[in-house]
Ligand binder design. Structure first.
Ligand SMILES: [Zn+2]
Ligand SMILES: [Zn+2]
Ligand SMILES: [Zn+2]
Length: 168
């Protein structure tokens, strides 16, 4: 799945530079995530660390399915059982350090919860566009005020047609 990251139009951050910086920081970020796991009473096991390393590789900008994560973890821990990876994903999700998002009809993909963004998916080219979570603030407060409904905007992507496909 290809991903592009969209900043709000008023921001002038170069996404390429941001990715390089993310990548260079990834060692420190693993320790930060591990510290959160420990603070919440979680044990640090080799599969947990491996999953976090795979999610942080490349700056954490990929959307990895459980199957992708099994393959990635096995590059670090060749003998790990698939069921162990699945159990570990659930445990890390329960600890609140990772979550999953449904980008479309396929399997869900995993993220570090520290990477707050939301998703738009193009139905024509399958491109994933990452947008700031703040884009949903107006809708979330309107749904809450009008219907008493708490929106989980991080759980699913919005689906539509990207700018490039619209002009094709
Ligand atoms: Zn994402
Ligand atoms: Zn498209
Ligand atoms: Zn789900």
């Amino acid at each position: 799945v290809t991903t592009i990251e969209m900043k709000a139009p008023t921001e002038t951050v170069d996404p390429t530079a941001a990715r390089v910086a993310d990548h260079q920081r990834s060692d420190g970020r693993i320790d930060a995530v591990l510290a959160v796991v420990r603070a919440r009473g979680g044990r640090m096991t080799a599969p947990r660390r491996a999953i976090l390393e795979v999610l942080l590789a490349g700056g954490g900008h990929e959307h990895l399915t459980a199957e992708d994560l099994v393959a990635g973890v096995r590059r670090l821990l060749p003998r790990v059982a698939e069921s162990t990876v699945y159990r570990t994903l659930t445990a890390l999700e329960d600890l609140g350090v990772i979550n999953h998002v449904h980008l479309g009809h396929g399997p869900s993909t995993y993220h570090l919860t520290s990477r707050t963004h939301r998703h738009l998916v193009c139905e024509h080219c399958d491109q994933v566009v990452e947008i700031p979570a703040a884009e949903f603030a107006g809708l979330a407060s309107s749904l809450s005020n009008t219907y008493g409904f708490a929106l989980s905007d991080e759980h699913f992507a919005l689906v539509g047609t990207c700018g490039a496909c619209r002009v094709r």
